[in-house]
Design a protein around this ligand. Structure first.
Ligand code: ZN
Ligand code: ZN
Length: 141
């Protein structure tokens, strides 16, 4: 099994993912942009059993504005690590958290909210895929 290690900005919290992600892509929603202070969020989605906090669990902060997204960050440096989506049974370990994983995006979600159009030929969904409770509607780049 392939393992990738990651850490927060200061290194107090370390995480490890095992195997392969269920999906990778970009989220353009205003929540991701606001929390990350970035124009777009590069996500990698994992089954919870494949994600482990291996160091510094005592520094792991959690913030859930909605029950569907339990955002996790380092209380020491403020660096963001991941976002647990318990209703989907998936954890988004931000691509930037695990730099050795080759990021191969397959889809853009919440593209109707984009502030950074990306003409890369990948599918662009208005919100989420139908199998994850979204409309599944595709929009133009
Ligand atoms: Zn930190
Ligand atoms: Zn988002």
């Amino acid at each position: 099994m392939t393992t990738h290690k990651g850490k927060c900005f200061c290194g107090a919290v370390e995480v490890e993912v095992t195997g392969a992600p269920e999906a990778m892509g970009y989220c353009h929603c205003s929540s991701c942009r606001s929390w990350s202070a970035a124009a777009v969020n590069a996500f990698t989605l994992w089954k919870p059993q494949n994600v482990k906090v291996t160091k510094g669990a005592e520094f792991l902060g959690k913030f859930a504005k909605t029950e569907g997204s339990q955002r996790q960050y380092c209380k020491r440096c403020g660096g963001h690590l991941m976002n647990d989506h318990p209703l989907l049974g998936l954890v988004d370990v931000y691509a930037a958290t695990i730099p050795t994983l080759k990021f191969t995006p397959g889809v853009h979600v919440n593209y109707s909210e984009t502030v950074l159009p990306m003409k890369d030929g990948l599918p662009k969904l208005k919100d989420f895929p139908a199998e994850l409770g979204g409309s599944g509607v595709a929009v133009a780049e």
